[in-house]
Design a protein around this ligand. Structure first.
Ligand code: PEP
Length: 250
């Protein structure tokens, strides 16, 4: 059986002092969680968060990275730097990065390969806009995004990628895909992986749902057959609310 993985994406929120305050209560609230717990923080918070997460069951991730190991890329952070400080996870291809910072399927693919070169675990995001859903091209779009992102990775690597299906119309809007809609889309992704990489990879790969997950809808979503947890934005900012999502099965 696949494990559940629940990751918070803090986006551009929380100063280091606010991280200290979050971590005063959060570790105790999730210490008995069955799901794997990840917090993806702004770079500026990572060292503080890692120190406070030491000796807990909380893993630390970031929200983006460059694919080169060093060089003249002002303002960027490299996979080598992240590896050096011991970061575990990196979100790649979040829809906000694709929309505001021109991330393409090609750059997403380069970043996934770089993540594996530096032993970072990628959380790949795919998802459609409302217009694309209304046009009826969701399946084609998310399977294409998945295929292009994973191009050139080995079966063993694909097994280790976490893929978050995040319908863009559900991110930060309060609108959640129904559990049936989310499960259907996630199945399309799993079927695409099955077709390319075979049963073993498809049955192992962790596929999350993201888009206005809250403590009130987490259980219904995460208990669906193909949904292996979630990527949570707004609701991960509050330690009590996020702990209820992490403990959705208690
Ligand atoms: C996200 O940032 O990936 C996300 C799903 O945000 P929210 O939970 O706020 O919709």
């Amino acid at each position: 059986m696949r494990r559940k993985v629940i990751a918070g994406n803090w986006k551009m929120n929380k100063t280091p002092i606010e991280v200290v305050s979050f971590m005063e209560t959060f570790p105790e609230l999730v210490k008995d969680a069955e799901a794997e717990v990840i917090l993806c923080a702004p770079y500026i918070d990572v060292m503080v968060l890692m120190k406070l997460a030491d000796d807990t069951n909380i893993k630390v991730g970031v929200q983006n990275m460059h694919y080169e190991e060093s060089g003249a890329y002002t303002g960027e952070v490299s996979p080598k730097m992240l590896r050096d400080i011991g970061v575990d996870y990196v979100i790649i291809g979040h829809s906000e990065r694709r929309a505001y910072y021109n991330e393409t399927d090609e750059s997403v693919n380069k970043k996934l390969k770089a993540a594996f070169n530096y032993n970072l675990k990628p959380i790949l995001c795919v998802g459609e806009t409302l217009e694309q859903r209304e046009e009826g091209i969701t399946k084609d779009l998310i399977t294409t995004q998945t295929r292009l992102a994973l191009k050139g990775l080995s079966n063993e690597q694909v097994k280790k990628v976490i893929i978050a299906y995040e319908p863009i119309w559900a991110i930060g809007t309060g609108k959640t895909a129904t559990s049936l809609e989310a499960n259907e889309a996630i199945k399309w992704i799993r079927d695409e992986i099955r077709a390319i990489y075979g049963d073993e990879v498809a049955d192992e790969v962790i596929l999350q749902y993201g888009g206005s997950v809250k403590s009130s809808n987490a259980k219904e979503l995460f208990e669906m057959s193909d949904i292996d947890g979630g990527l949570v934005g707004g609701a991960s900012l509050d330690p009590t609310e996020f702990s209820k999502i992490v403990n959705y099965n208690k």
